[in-house]
Design a binder for this molecule. Structure first.
Ligand SMILES: Nc1ncnc2c1ncn2[C@@H]1O[C@H](COP(=O)(O)OP(=O)(O)OP(=O)(O)O)[C@@H](O)[C@H]1O
Ligand SMILES: Cc1cn([C@H]2C[C@H](O)[C@@H](COP(=O)(O)O)O2)c(=O)[nH]c1=O
Length: 212
């Protein structure tokens, strides 16, 4: 079901190091140029609110039970939706989020092995609307990259957080769950072959049709 909001919601997804952050701001600028009448909200998960950023600190640096981790991801998301995403969409804005619920299915589900049933329940709770539909991005841009290439790219830039310390097998499972979800919902997902050069990827993003 399509979103009933006048705004438009885009999420960027992919395993750590796939190249989302490299492109997200430029993509936001592109949206501003293309749709000057629309305000843009650039945000991220976990995060996007004061509480969400505090939860992000905990989630990225503190070991915890898998179910605690999943519930905190969704708690941060609930706050994000209530304070940022839904008001912006109701006001007709374009929202671009660096990650959303697909990340929970990919990381806590595919990567760590939490049952998809549990995640579906949390998703219903947090994103369910009175008419029974779910708040979902209109478009999800998935940067797909083998874990080994992402690992090499990551190691050049920064000290790893809790997730980035996971091994290749973890990231391959995360990647496969992202790909499974993309295959199950081809209308929402746009798959980017992130092995390509930044220029080629950027060119592809520029020619993406956004039905606004
Ligand atoms: N197409 C590309 N080819 C080669 N290197 C790239 C490409 N895209 C991004 N990089 C480099 O890879 C590194 C990781 O990119 P980036 O930070 O954008 O990944 P990310 O998906 O946002 O990761 P995270 O989710 O962990 O924040 C950066 O050093 C970036 O310059
Ligand atoms: C939303 C969300 C995120 N994660 C993980 C994925 C990443 O490793 C970090 C966020 O770091 P980034 O540099 O901003 O990409 O959090 C997760 O495991 N589950 C989620 O729902």
């Amino acid at each position: 079901m399509s979103n009933p909001y006048p705004g438009y919601f885009i999420s960027f997804e992919g395993i750590d190091g796939a190249g989302k952050s490299t492109h997200i701001e430029a993509f936001g600028e592109l949206m501003k140029t293309r749709y000057p009448d629309r305000e843009l909200v650039l945000t991220r998960e976990p995060g996007g609110t004061v509480l969400g950023e505090q939860l992000r600190e905990l989630l990225l640096h503190t070991p915890m039970h898998l179910e605690t981790e999943a519930m905190l991801m969704f708690a941060a998301r609930r706050e994000h939706i209530a304070q940022v995403i839904e008001p912006a969409l109701l006001a007709g804005k374009i929202v671009i989020s660096d990650r959303f619920t697909d990340a929970s299915f990919a990381y806590q589900g595919g990567g760590r092995g939490l049952s998809l049933d549990r995640l579906n329940h949390l998703e219903q709770w947090v994103q369910g609307r009175p008419d029974g539909s779910l708040l979902q991005p209109n478009l999800t841009i998935l940067f797909d990259l083998p874990g080994s290439i992402a690992e090499a790219r990551r190691s050049k830039v920064r000290a790893p957080d809790k997730f980035e310390q996971m091994d290749l097998n973890f990231f391959e499972k995360v990647r496969q769950e992202y790909l499974r979800r993309a295959k199950a919902d081809p209308q929402r997902f746009h798959l980017v072959d992130a092995t390509q050069t930044q220029d080629v990827i950027w060119h592809g993003l520029q020619s993406l049709e956004i039905p606004l």
